[in-house]
Design a protein around this ligand. Structure first.
Ligand code: FAD
Length: 497
């Protein structure tokens, strides 16, 4: 209700927001969470909450009239199709030089992602978060995050025999024949459930190709983990389809938070105002950065420092496919949940996930999402003419990522006598270099904030999401986002409340 006062308001329900809400509630603080996306807790007319990747409908995209699939061509033909405009689950947010994919809904990115839950190697941590005590992270907060998220590894014996990971086994064989380290990648998917899917005893999700637009079964998104525990405290409420547009100091102390209520066409149906003693920005790297840059530039929070909007990176994401020989089929049944990768970080600056192409037909293709040590960092700025926030990422800045990915795949192609696929991202285009799944930074820890996420010019304002991380995590980011949030909220509860 408008005008109400709340002790803690959390903007966004992804990893950072879910950790903050749970730990604050456990400490006895009532929390109100505001989420611009839908609740995703009610089946649609087909009996399912989420639509399938192969049959995207209105549920698939955030306010688009045509799908914008990350992998947008197949055999050289475009695969995007028209859909009704709706507050769907995946946002393909276009900036001038890059499309940033993000989850929209209660659970944030956990709704749409592949669940790959990777803790960076200890020796890489100093480059990821230089001001954070690594011993504490690896002794306490990474284990806490892994346990809270429900992370586990595929059973290697099952992996070796199941048809749905033939694509990974082909990836392993090719990696090892070129002397690259092959690694299993942990995930939050329920592996026992996946075995039952393979046995045909339960409804299929990973083995029905569900990914990107939500998983109806098997995946432990934040709805099943942190957010379920937060709600069980009885102290956490969530408003879905509500978007925060402003935060500014309130005359009587605390902060005035302005919130638009949205309908499923994305239109504002009401504007509400709350007073919050504390506000946690957990709108994701892009969402938090856009809000803070706007609030600084438009005079709502003019005292924010000049690091706001800086230090944004794409985690070096780049995709590619390889065309295998006919004796190396990758399987017509492919689990949509990746479980393995090729680690060439130390030698070549690339960590490649062996990814599925769950088309339902044999493609003889190996597909990879590489995370690379791309050095470029972009900045968000306020554009007074358009009254929007711009990001100055340049298309050409992906070249280092392509070069690093090639340290793996040029060598494998040479060894195997194979070539790159040229039909997955356009007509004769090898590299998926127009996008990222892993936006990071924009309100970097110990620069835009203090070393625990406090926006020190404004006591009671905090950043607690991927915006804190300066552009790269060397692996998939959500375990690090969760662990850092666990670290920061513990300190904030101990000293600020
Ligand atoms: P988010 O999870 O993005 O949550 C932010 C939330 O805030 C969103 O729900 C958003 O709708 C909401 N919001 C934004 N602005 C506002 C506002 N103004 N008012 C109210 N609400 C707002 N990472 C991995 O580690 N492993 C993977 O396998 C993996 N696969 C991925 C696959 C895809 C397709 C995508 C898109 C991402 C993937 N990621 C993966 C990345 C991972 O999901 C993100 O890094 C992570 O979700 C970021 O967490 P966060 O807490 O920073 O923000």
């Amino acid at each position: 209700t408008s005008g109400e006062r709340v002790p803690a308001l959390v903007i966004g329900t992804g990893y950072g927001g879910a950790v903050a809400a749970l730990r604050l509630a456990e400490a006895g603080v009532a929390v109100h969470m505001v989420e611009m996306g839908m609740a995703w807790d009610t089946p649609d007319s087909d009996g399912k909450i989420f639509c399938n990747t192969t049959a995207p409908d209105r549920r698939s995209y955030w306010l688009r009239t045509r799908t914008k699939a990350p992998l947008n061509y197949f055999l050289g033909f475009p695969i995007d199709r028209d859909i009704p405009r709706y507050t769907g689950i995946l946002d393909a947010e276009d900036f001038a030089g890059i499309t940033v994919y993000q989850g929209r809904g209660v659970g944030g990115g956990s709704l749409v992602n592949g669940g790959m839950a990777v803790t960076p190697k200890r020796e890489n941590f100093a480059a990821i978060l230089p001001s954070v005590n690594a011993d504490e992270m690896y002794a306490t907060y990474y284990p806490r995050a892994n346990s809270g998220l429900g992370v586990s590894l595929v059973d290697p014996a099952w992996f070796d025999t199941t048809p749905c990971y033939q694509y990974s086994r082909v990836g392993r064989k090719h990696a090892q024949r070129s002397n690259f380290p092959f690694v299993f990648v942990p995930d939050v998917y329920d592996w026992d459930y996946m075995k039952q899917e393979a046995a045909g005893t339960v409804s299929k999700s990973a083995l029905a190709g569900e990914i990107l637009y939500g998983n109806n079964h098997g995946k432990k998104s934040l709805q099943q983990t942190y957010l379920a525990r937060a709600k069980a405290t009885g102290l956490v409420t969530v408003s879905a389809l509500h978007r925060v547009t402003s935060v500014s100091p309130a005359s009587g102390g605390g902060y005035t938070v302005v919130i638009d209520q949205l309908n499923t066409s994305g239109a504002t149906t009401a504007t509400k105002t709350l007073i919050a003693d504390r506000v946690f920005f957990a709108a994701g790297s892009v969402g938090t950065s856009k809000l803070l840059v706007k609030l600084k530039a438009t005079g709502a929070l003019p005292g924010l420092n000049n690091e706001i909007g800086q230090g944004w990176g794409d985690n070096g994401n780049v995709m590619c496919g390889r065309a295998n020989h006919l004796w190396d089929p990758t399987g017509k049944l492919q689990s949509s949940i990746p479980c393995s990768g090729i680690d060439n970080w130390a030698a070549g600056g690339a960590f490649a996930e062996i990814a599925p192409l769950p088309t339902g037909i044999e493609t003889f293709a190996s597909f990879y999402l590489s995370i690379t040590k791309n050095p470029h960092r972009a900045a968000f700025t306020w554009n007074a003419a358009t009254r929007a926030v711009d990001l100055n990422w340049q298309t050409a800045w992906k070249q280092p990522s392509v070069d690093m990915a090639k340290t793996i795949f040029d060598k494998i192609n040479a060894k195997e006598g194979t070539i790159y696929r040229t039909d997955l991202f356009g007509v004769y285009k090898i590299w998926g270099d127009h996008l990222t799944y892993h936006p990071l930074g924009g309100a970097v820890l110990n620069k835009a904030t203090d070393n625990f996420g406090r926006l020190t010019a404004y006591p009671g304002l905090y950043v607690i999401d991927g915006a804190l991380i300066p552009g790269n995590t060397s692996v998939n980011p959500f375990v690090t986002i969760t662990a850092l949030a666990e670290r920061n909220i513990e300190r904030i509860i101990a000293t600020d409340l």
